[in-house]
Design a protein around this ligand. Structure first.
Ligand code: SAH
Length: 283
């Protein structure tokens, strides 16, 4: 099958029978899928996708392709990770051209590494197609650069819960001291506990925090708050998952760089939220 004529000319790889391509779909906006991802959607005859993948992206699939929802389904427990991985092995062995489509980037808190490992252990050939992760692209969508020379030379990506559902056994003290920008995935349930740990590590109560829900989607919501107030404000605003939390002075840059608000005609709130008092591009 060669149905790649809608793609720019390039030697697009073919998804051969018996292969699994493990692909990131980006944070939600279909435009944030990669071209390799689009090529994969056109070529796959079986698509195993997560709940977080925007249905509009799935609409780009070959209409004859079988779609399997590996995400949580209402009222039923989500399939076990091992079951999903073994299902991918079976589909590949049955000679299917399998696309495993995951939200964001498959290797960022997406368990893509585990699936890939199971596949190679069973001798199934794979290709990995990275995606735009929510903790970088989702923040950019909300007007927050994940690094900025004036405020952070490092960024730490953290998951807010471990497989047991608890906060992971991280050294919050070290993270709090070591990283001016902390980006938390799956953190809403334990936001209060995480904020407390970071305050105990010496982070300031008035440190800027932004929570971005449904980043890049039409119903994107952004909460601007502080470390001390974050959990309470998020509860008040009824902000649930999926949301990215970022903690650090860089979050203030949204006051200048909320390009979606500017495009909608809102006034520039503050051209220099970090108070540098000079044009940003100078020395
Ligand atoms: N592999 C994904 C992350 C999977 S973990 C990635 O690279 O983005 C799921 C978590 O990702 C959610 O709980 C949330 O913290 C974050 N997330 C994914 N999509 C998001 C979106 N559109 N807006 C905000 N957060 C999102």
């Amino acid at each position: 099958m060669d149905d790649s004529n809608a793609l720019p000319p390039l030697d697009w790889p073919d998804l051969l029978p018996g292969w699994v391509w493990l692909c990131g779909a980006g944070p939600g906006d279909p435009g944030l899928l990669t071209l390799h991802g689009l090529n994969a959607l056109r070529r796959a005859d079986t698509i195993v996708h997560d709940a977080l993948v925007n249905p509009a992206i799935l609409d780009w699939a070959n209409p004859a392709a079988e779609r399997i929802d590996a995400g949580k389904r209402a009222g039923r427990a989500s399939p076990k990770q091992r079951d999903i991985s073994l299902q991918l092995v079976e589909l590949a062995r049955a000679g299917r051209r399998v696309l495993r489509l995951k939200g964001g980037d498959p290797y960022m808190f997406g368990r893509g590494g585990e699936e890939a490992q199971t596949l190679v252990q069973h001798g199934v050939p794979i290709r990995v197609i990275p995606g735009i992760t929510a903790g970088i692209g989702g923040l950019a969508q909300a007007g927050i650069p994940v690094t900025h020379r004036d405020v952070n030379q490092a960024v730490t990506f953290v998951t807010g819960h471990d497989p047991s559902g608890d906060t992971p056994p991280l050294d919050w003290g070290a993270i709090g001291r070591g990283s001016a920008m902390i980006v938390i995935y799956m953190g809403m349930r334990h936001l209060e506990r995480i904020a407390r740990a970071l305050l105990a590590a010496g982070r300031a109560p008035d440190e800027p925090v932004a929570v971005v829900r449904n980043a890049s989607l039409p119903d994107q919501q952004v909460l601007e708050t502080t470390l001390a107030r974050a959990a309470g404000d998020a509860a008040k605003a009824d902000l649930g998952a999926p949301a990215i939390i970022c903690i650090g002075r860089g979050a203030l840059l949204r006051q200048a760089l909320d390009w979606q608000a500017l495009a909608a005609g809102a006034p520039l709130r503050d051209p220099d939220p970090l108070g540098r008092g000079r044009p940003a591009e100078q020395g």
